[in-house]
Design a binder for this molecule. Structure first.
Ligand code: HDE
Length: 690
């Protein structure tokens, strides 16, 4: 029995009416609605009446559905999950969230930075990696990025950074990209951006998916143990699937193929039970270590090489539930670096200090109320209470008279409300005895902040040859988009000469400009030992888990060959996706019909990690006339992916310019093994890199 019946109105419109136990449509105030199709009119052809409160309420609410998007990180995707502490660090921190075996509910939001909420998922951009831990001692928000350093050293420069990178003020373009005049004008005048620019121009800003990127707390924080002893700490998220990124041409084509590529990937992974996981790692060090380094640990443009302070894994994050409602959860979630718990504390990093103000402040403009903490996604899961009262959208109904403290209402049998607790409450580490220090009030920066190039050099020299070429090429691409400001590219290259002469030369050559004079360095850079942890290619995993394989087939394809391949891919924990010229599928050699998951024209190879072509000779002939089929194979080859093709597919491979190499095989076990990686050695043959 259906819970609705359908009737046709006098205008031919469909009314679905509640019957049986079906819930009845009501106004926001609970009044049952009889007609959700027609407004109240004065006569069938007359004007609509102001009296129609049902219409007015519906339109009124609709008119106000949008709230201001985030000024940065507007486009994001969220998921629920759990964090489990796996190591005992009670000697370092008393935070309950780190108690070995403790499980804490979390909500995570990944984001791009520069684009608007409706922009694409795959621009060259930093990714946000914000985690809200609903701990039993209150919410702890670790609001990080997928890059361990930042563009600037002091919060006072943040509005300039963001204004310069977002769409230009008069023309409102480009959307979601740094390849334009104002960003490079500003960045080239700010040598402190150089280290971050190296990361931004690397494949780190082209992550294959959220699941295959690292996360970093960026700033130095403090851990505080039960005795009040503080240590410095940096937080790291290490993806269980290893690191993976796309290459630039692929990222560009992904924007056209699927605007929501990373959002979809995250959703589908969780939906199908392939729960994304990261390990939480910490780098812990003390004041003596900090003082012995050639950089300042309070400077957010610097990292601590993992070779110097190894990352210790202390827990695992698992994302296991998609949001029920995007707006209520992902859009309304409010991350606050000030959400901290006893056992963790801030450092004096001047960038972090500025963030401590900004995030609380922005929620009032975004969510419109000081009571945003009451929205379910933001509310602590532990009991909470104080004497803050009233305000817009107050949803709590505190009982009694206790809205001030101290009070002696309890002596009279009334509820006197909560009180501070020295034992359980958060206490700021006394800086004079803790691992950092401060003194006179000055608008200055600490001395070592002036070294803008040592770690940029460290980063560049830690990359593989391909990765270095990608960095050089990205600088060339981005600077080639600087329009009328001719002074900008040479100024940037002059800075790069302090990083690495070869890099500067490659960028100048790529732009076709003379090598400019080296920029004067505020402080001469030093050489640091290269670190493998900084390279993506050195931290990839050859695994099909989390990767997908597109299998192109046509009429006349061998069904057994398709089935065998699908099984082999699935046995290796990969995802097999069938692609055919028509989504209804094709008639196989044995006369049976096989449905496709995607239509060739709308399912290009960029959305896969490897592709197979299982076709008959006639099927191949038909594909030769399909530009999408030629492109499917050509792009897979150009994007350095494994290609597994049946012998009959050779003409298609030839037309697509595929040359034999170890990534091009028959669609057999060798292909399934190859599909777990990319073939970077192929790259010099398919594109000119700077
Ligand atoms: Fe943010 N940042 N930020 N930021 N940030 C925001 O907060 C800000 C910085 C980061 O998914 C805003 O709620 C200042 C560093 C993430 O909701 C805003 C400064 C890092 C997210 C803001 C920084 C980040 C934000 C916009 C310099 C990496 C998205 C809306 C002092 C460690 C969180 C909002 C989400 C969002 C300010 C620098 C990460 C305006 C002033 C460094 C992941 O408050």
């Amino acid at each position: 029995m259906s819970d609705t019946n359908t009737v046709t109105g006098n205008g031919g419109e469909t009314h679905q009416r509640a019957t049986g136990d079906a819930p009845v449509l009501t106004t926001n105030h609970g009044m049952p609605i009889s007609d959700n199709q027609n407004s109240l009119k004065s006569g069938a052809r007359g004007p609509t009446l102001l009296e129609d409160f049902v219409l007015r309420e519906k339109i009124f609410h609709f008119d106000h559905e949008r709230i201001p998007e985030r000024i940065v990180h507007a486009r994001g995707s969220g998921a629920h999950g759990v964090f489990e502490a796996t190591d005992d660090i009670s000697d370092l921190s008393k935070a309950a969230v780190f108690t070995k075996g403790e499980q804490t509910e979390v909500f995570v939001r990944f984001s791009t930075v520069a684009g608007g909420a409706g922009s694409v998922d795959t621009p060259r951009d930093v990714r946000g990696f914000a985690v809200k831990f609903y701990t039993r001692e209150g919410n702890w928000d670790l609001v990080g990025n997928n890059i361990p350093v930042f563009f600037i050293q002091d919060a006072i420069k943040f509005p300039d950074l963001v204004h310069s990178v977002k769409m230009e003020a008069d023309r409102a373009y480009p959307q979601a990209g740094s390849a334009h005049d104002t960003f490079w004008d500003w960045a080239s005048l700010m040598p402190e951006t150089t280290h971050m620019l190296m990361w931004a121009m690397s494949d780190r800003t082209l992550p294959r998916s959220f699941r295959t990127m690292e996360g970093f707390g960026v700033h130095t924080f403090k851990l505080v143990n039960a005795e009040g002893k503080a240590s410095f700490v940096k937080f790291h998220w290490k993806p269980r699937l290893g690191l993976q990124s796309t290459i630039w041409d692929e990222a560009l084509k992904l924007q056209a193929a699927d605007n929501d590529y990373q959002r979809r990937d995250l959703w589908e992974a969780i939906d199908t039970g392939a729960f994304p996981q990261w390990d939480l790692g910490i780098q812990v060090f003390d004041q003596d270590f900090a003082e012995a380094q050639p950089y300042d640990v309070l400077d957010a443009t610097k990292l601590i090489p993992e070779d110097d302070v190894p990352v210790r894994i202390i827990g695992t994050l698992t994302l296991n539930r998609n949001p029920d409602n995007f707006f209520a959860e992902t859009e309304q979630v409010a991350f606050l670096p000030t959400n901290i718990v006893p056992g963790i504390d801030f450092s004096n990093d001047p960038l972090l200090q500025g963030r401590l103000f900004s995030y609380l402040d922005t929620q009032n403009s975004r969510l419109g109320t000081t009571n945003f903490h009451q929205i379910p996604i933001n509310a602590p899961r532990c009991p909470f209470g104080n004497f803050q009262r009233d305000g817009k959208m107050q949803t709590h109904v505190p009982k009694g008279r206790a809205n001030y403290e101290p009070n002696s209402l309890a002596a009279h049998g009334e509820d006197g409300g909560p009180r501070e607790s020295v034992e359980r409450g958060f206490a700021t580490v006394n800086a004079a005895t803790g691992p950092d220090e401060h003194g006179d009030k000055l608008r200055v920066r600490a001395e070592l902040f002036a070294d803008h190039y040592s770690q940029a050099r460290l980063f560049y020299r830690s990359q593989t040859e391909n990765e270095q070429a990608h960095i050089a090429s990205s600088f060339v691409f981005e600077l080639s988009k600087v329009g009328v400001l001719d002074q900008v590219p040479p100024r940037m290259v002059a800075n790069l000469r302090n990083v690495d002469e070869d890099l500067a030369k490659r960028v100048a050559d790529g732009l076709g400009i003379d090598l400019p004079e080296k920029a004067a360095a505020a402080r001469e850079p030093v050489d640091m030992a290269p670190s493998d942890a900084l390279s993506i290619h050195k931290n990839m995993k050859d695994t099909l888990e989390g990767r997908s394989v597109g299998i192109l087939f046509t009429d006349g394809s061998d069904g057994t060959a398709i089935d065998t391949l699908v099984s082999a891919v699935e046995a290796a924990e990969g995802k097999a996706v069938l692609v055919a010229p028509k989504v209804g599928g094709a008639t196989l050699a044995d006369g049976s019909k096989r449905k496709a998951d995607g239509q060739l024209a709308g399912t290009p190879s960029q959305i896969f990690d490897a592709v197979a072509v299982v076709v008959s000779s006639d099927g191949c002939k038909a594909l030769l006339k399909e530009a999408a089929a030629v492109q499917f194979v050509m792009d897979a080859f150009g994007h350095l992916k494994a290609i597994g093709a049946s012998a009959d597919a050779k003409p298609l491979l030839d037309k697509a310019g595929v040359e034999a190499d170890e990534g091009v095989t028959a669609p057999d076990d060798a292909f399934v093994a190859a599909a777990a990686r990319r073939f970077y050695a192929r790259e010099p043959g398919v594109r000119t890199l700077a």
